[in-house]
Design a protein around this ligand. Sequence first.
Ligand code: DC
Length: 233
Amino acid sequence: MCQKKLQHLPRNIAIDGPAASGKTTIGTLVANKIGYMCLDTGIMYRAVAFQALREGIDIADEAAVTSLAERIDIDILPASSQDGRQFDVMINGEDRTWDIRTAAVNAVVSEVSAYPGVRKAMTRQQRKIAEKGKIVMIGRDIGTVVLPDAELKIYLDASVEVRAQRRYIEDLSHGKDACLEDVVESLRHRDEIDSGRSVAPLKAAEDAVIINSDNMTVYEVVEYVMELLEKRG
Ligand code: DC
Protein backbone atom coordinates (compact mmCIF):
# COMPACT_ATOMS: atom_id res chain seq x y z
CA MET A 1 0.00 0.00 0.00
CA CYS A 2 1.24 3.43 -0.91
CA GLN A 3 2.04 5.60 2.08
CA LYS A 4 1.08 8.76 0.19
CA LYS A 5 -2.60 7.76 0.49
CA LEU A 6 -2.41 8.16 4.26
CA GLN A 7 -3.36 11.77 4.83
CA HIS A 8 -3.82 11.62 8.55
CA LEU A 9 -2.16 9.06 10.74
CA PRO A 10 -3.21 8.41 14.33
CA ARG A 11 -0.94 9.98 16.90
CA ASN A 12 -0.44 6.57 18.49
CA ILE A 13 -1.62 3.05 17.71
CA ALA A 14 -2.45 0.49 20.40
CA ILE A 15 -2.17 -3.24 19.72
CA ASP A 16 -3.33 -5.64 22.41
CA GLY A 17 -3.96 -9.35 22.49
CA PRO A 18 -3.04 -12.63 24.14
CA ALA A 19 0.46 -14.15 24.22
CA ALA A 20 1.90 -15.18 20.86
CA SER A 21 -0.94 -13.68 18.82
CA GLY A 22 1.56 -12.00 16.49
CA LYS A 23 1.34 -8.52 18.00
CA THR A 24 5.07 -7.80 17.74
CA THR A 25 5.40 -9.08 14.18
CA ILE A 26 2.38 -7.11 12.98
CA GLY A 27 3.20 -4.04 15.08
CA THR A 28 6.78 -3.88 13.81
CA LEU A 29 5.76 -4.26 10.16
CA VAL A 30 3.04 -1.61 10.42
CA ALA A 31 5.38 0.75 12.30
CA ASN A 32 8.07 0.32 9.62
CA LYS A 33 5.57 1.08 6.87
CA ILE A 34 4.42 4.34 8.41
CA GLY A 35 7.72 5.42 10.00
CA TYR A 36 6.58 4.97 13.61
CA MET A 37 8.50 3.54 16.53
CA CYS A 38 7.26 0.23 17.90
CA LEU A 39 7.36 -0.64 21.59
CA ASP A 40 6.48 -4.09 22.84
CA THR A 41 5.64 -3.43 26.48
CA GLY A 42 5.81 -7.15 27.31
CA ILE A 43 9.58 -6.62 27.28
CA MET A 44 9.29 -4.38 30.32
CA TYR A 45 7.37 -6.94 32.38
CA ARG A 46 9.78 -9.63 31.23
CA ALA A 47 12.70 -7.46 32.31
CA VAL A 48 11.28 -7.13 35.82
CA ALA A 49 10.64 -10.89 36.00
CA PHE A 50 14.15 -11.69 34.76
CA GLN A 51 15.84 -9.30 37.16
CA ALA A 52 13.80 -10.58 40.10
CA LEU A 53 14.94 -14.14 39.35
CA ARG A 54 18.50 -12.93 38.90
CA GLU A 55 18.53 -11.11 42.23
CA GLY A 56 16.97 -14.12 43.96
CA ILE A 57 13.85 -12.16 44.88
CA ASP A 58 10.93 -14.36 45.91
CA ILE A 59 8.36 -13.85 43.12
CA ALA A 60 5.57 -14.17 45.70
CA ASP A 61 7.02 -11.19 47.62
CA GLU A 62 4.91 -8.43 46.05
CA ALA A 63 6.62 -5.58 47.93
CA ALA A 64 10.11 -6.70 46.87
CA VAL A 65 9.11 -7.21 43.22
CA THR A 66 7.35 -3.83 43.18
CA SER A 67 10.37 -2.10 44.66
CA LEU A 68 12.51 -3.70 41.94
CA ALA A 69 10.09 -2.43 39.24
CA GLU A 70 10.48 1.09 40.61
CA ARG A 71 14.28 1.08 40.40
CA ILE A 72 15.03 -1.11 37.37
CA ASP A 73 16.66 0.59 34.39
CA ILE A 74 15.26 -0.78 31.10
CA ASP A 75 16.52 0.51 27.77
CA ILE A 76 15.49 -0.59 24.31
CA LEU A 77 18.12 0.18 21.68
CA PRO A 78 18.58 -0.53 17.95
CA ALA A 79 19.71 -4.12 17.32
CA SER A 80 23.49 -4.48 17.72
CA SER A 81 23.71 -7.94 16.13
CA GLN A 82 21.89 -9.92 13.47
CA ASP A 83 20.88 -12.93 15.52
CA GLY A 84 17.15 -12.57 14.95
CA ARG A 85 16.64 -9.77 17.46
CA GLN A 86 14.61 -6.70 16.55
CA PHE A 87 16.36 -4.55 19.13
CA ASP A 88 18.65 -4.82 22.13
CA VAL A 89 17.02 -5.05 25.53
CA MET A 90 19.34 -3.56 28.13
CA ILE A 91 18.67 -4.13 31.81
CA ASN A 92 20.77 -2.07 34.20
CA GLY A 93 23.22 -1.53 31.34
CA GLU A 94 23.60 -5.20 30.31
CA ASP A 95 22.34 -6.85 27.12
CA ARG A 96 19.54 -9.24 28.20
CA THR A 97 17.72 -9.52 24.86
CA TRP A 98 17.48 -13.31 24.93
CA ASP A 99 17.58 -13.82 28.69
CA ILE A 100 14.09 -12.35 29.01
CA ARG A 101 12.68 -15.01 26.66
CA THR A 102 13.53 -18.14 28.64
CA ALA A 103 11.03 -20.69 30.00
CA ALA A 104 11.99 -19.58 33.53
CA VAL A 105 10.86 -16.01 32.77
CA ASN A 106 7.75 -17.25 30.91
CA ALA A 107 6.77 -19.19 34.03
CA VAL A 108 6.70 -16.15 36.33
CA VAL A 109 6.12 -13.09 34.15
CA SER A 110 2.32 -13.19 34.38
CA GLU A 111 2.51 -13.32 38.18
CA VAL A 112 4.92 -10.38 38.21
CA SER A 113 2.80 -8.34 35.81
CA ALA A 114 -0.33 -8.86 37.91
CA TYR A 115 1.10 -6.80 40.79
CA PRO A 116 -0.57 -3.35 40.80
CA GLY A 117 2.63 -1.57 41.88
CA VAL A 118 4.61 -3.16 39.05
CA ARG A 119 1.94 -2.11 36.56
CA LYS A 120 1.90 1.42 37.93
CA ALA A 121 5.67 1.77 37.48
CA MET A 122 5.60 0.33 33.94
CA THR A 123 2.51 2.29 32.86
CA ARG A 124 4.17 5.53 33.99
CA GLN A 125 7.21 4.80 31.78
CA GLN A 126 5.06 3.71 28.83
CA ARG A 127 2.98 6.89 28.89
CA LYS A 128 6.13 8.96 29.01
CA ILE A 129 7.51 7.17 25.94
CA ALA A 130 4.21 7.70 24.09
CA GLU A 131 4.10 11.42 24.84
CA LYS A 132 6.12 12.19 21.72
CA GLY A 133 3.57 10.37 19.54
CA LYS A 134 4.24 8.26 16.43
CA ILE A 135 4.36 5.05 18.35
CA VAL A 136 2.82 1.63 17.87
CA MET A 137 2.54 0.32 21.40
CA ILE A 138 1.95 -3.36 22.00
CA GLY A 139 0.71 -5.09 25.13
CA ARG A 140 -2.36 -6.30 27.00
CA ASP A 141 -3.79 -3.05 28.39
CA ILE A 142 -2.59 -0.38 25.98
CA GLY A 143 -6.00 0.45 24.50
CA THR A 144 -7.82 0.08 27.82
CA VAL A 145 -5.44 1.66 30.36
CA VAL A 146 -2.10 2.97 29.09
CA LEU A 147 -3.32 4.93 26.05
CA PRO A 148 -7.12 5.01 26.24
CA ASP A 149 -7.13 7.93 23.79
CA ALA A 150 -5.17 6.09 21.07
CA GLU A 151 -6.91 6.87 17.78
CA LEU A 152 -6.52 3.34 16.46
CA LYS A 153 -6.83 0.30 18.69
CA ILE A 154 -6.36 -3.21 17.43
CA TYR A 155 -7.08 -6.35 19.42
CA LEU A 156 -5.20 -9.18 17.75
CA ASP A 157 -6.55 -12.59 18.61
CA ALA A 158 -6.02 -16.21 17.54
CA SER A 159 -6.92 -19.58 19.02
CA VAL A 160 -4.51 -21.06 21.56
CA GLU A 161 -3.74 -23.95 19.17
CA VAL A 162 -2.73 -21.64 16.34
CA ARG A 163 -0.71 -19.39 18.64
CA ALA A 164 1.08 -22.37 20.17
CA GLN A 165 1.93 -23.80 16.76
CA ARG A 166 3.41 -20.45 15.64
CA ARG A 167 5.39 -20.00 18.87
CA TYR A 168 6.64 -23.61 18.68
CA ILE A 169 7.98 -23.09 15.14
CA GLU A 170 9.57 -19.80 16.20
CA ASP A 171 11.26 -21.50 19.17
CA LEU A 172 12.62 -24.28 16.94
CA SER A 173 13.93 -21.72 14.48
CA HIS A 174 15.87 -20.11 17.36
CA GLY A 175 17.41 -23.50 18.16
CA LYS A 176 15.32 -23.95 21.32
CA ASP A 177 14.41 -27.45 22.48
CA ALA A 178 10.63 -26.90 22.30
CA CYS A 179 7.70 -29.23 22.96
CA LEU A 180 4.31 -28.29 21.46
CA GLU A 181 2.25 -29.56 24.42
CA ASP A 182 4.37 -27.51 26.82
CA VAL A 183 3.90 -24.39 24.68
CA VAL A 184 0.09 -24.90 24.67
CA GLU A 185 0.11 -25.37 28.43
CA SER A 186 2.29 -22.32 29.05
CA LEU A 187 0.10 -20.09 26.83
CA ARG A 188 -3.09 -21.33 28.53
CA HIS A 189 -1.58 -20.62 31.94
CA ARG A 190 -0.50 -17.09 30.96
CA ASP A 191 -3.83 -16.32 29.23
CA GLU A 192 -5.65 -17.31 32.39
CA ILE A 193 -3.58 -15.05 34.65
CA ASP A 194 -3.44 -12.14 32.16
CA SER A 195 -7.23 -12.18 31.64
CA GLY A 196 -8.18 -12.90 35.23
CA ARG A 197 -6.12 -10.32 37.15
CA SER A 198 -7.93 -7.51 38.90
CA VAL A 199 -5.78 -4.66 37.56
CA ALA A 200 -5.69 -3.96 33.82
CA PRO A 201 -6.72 -7.45 32.68
CA LEU A 202 -6.24 -8.52 29.10
CA LYS A 203 -9.35 -7.50 27.18
CA ALA A 204 -10.31 -5.65 24.03
CA ALA A 205 -11.10 -1.95 24.45
CA GLU A 206 -14.70 -1.16 23.54
CA ASP A 207 -13.54 0.82 20.54
CA ALA A 208 -10.90 -1.70 19.39
CA VAL A 209 -11.01 -3.42 16.02
CA ILE A 210 -10.82 -7.14 16.74
CA ILE A 211 -8.81 -9.20 14.27
CA ASN A 212 -8.75 -12.99 14.53
CA SER A 213 -5.70 -14.14 12.60
CA ASP A 214 -6.38 -17.91 12.72
CA ASN A 215 -6.89 -18.02 8.97
CA MET A 216 -4.84 -15.00 7.97
CA THR A 217 -1.22 -14.67 6.92
CA VAL A 218 1.01 -11.98 8.41
CA TYR A 219 0.78 -10.15 5.09
CA GLU A 220 -3.03 -10.18 5.19
CA VAL A 221 -3.17 -8.83 8.74
CA VAL A 222 -0.71 -6.03 7.91
CA GLU A 223 -2.69 -5.13 4.79
CA TYR A 224 -5.90 -5.07 6.83
CA VAL A 225 -4.36 -2.69 9.40
CA MET A 226 -3.09 -0.49 6.55
CA GLU A 227 -6.62 -0.41 5.12
CA LEU A 228 -7.96 0.67 8.50
CA LEU A 229 -5.40 3.46 8.58
CA GLU A 230 -6.36 4.50 5.08
CA LYS A 231 -10.10 4.54 5.90
CA ARG A 232 -9.53 6.57 9.04
CA GLY A 233 -7.15 8.90 7.26
O1 DC B 1 3.73 -10.18 25.24
P1 DC B 1 4.64 -10.97 26.18
O2 DC B 1 4.34 -12.44 26.15
O3 DC B 1 6.07 -10.70 25.98
O4 DC B 1 4.25 -10.43 27.63
C1 DC B 1 4.85 -10.95 28.79
C2 DC B 1 3.88 -10.82 29.96
O5 DC B 1 3.73 -9.46 30.31
C3 DC B 1 2.50 -11.39 29.73
O6 DC B 1 2.28 -12.52 30.54
C4 DC B 1 1.54 -10.31 30.13
C5 DC B 1 2.37 -9.17 30.57
N1 DC B 1 2.02 -7.92 29.93
C6 DC B 1 1.08 -7.13 30.56
O7 DC B 1 0.53 -7.55 31.58
N2 DC B 1 0.79 -5.91 30.08
C7 DC B 1 1.37 -5.46 28.96
N3 DC B 1 1.06 -4.24 28.52
C8 DC B 1 2.32 -6.25 28.28
C9 DC B 1 2.61 -7.50 28.78
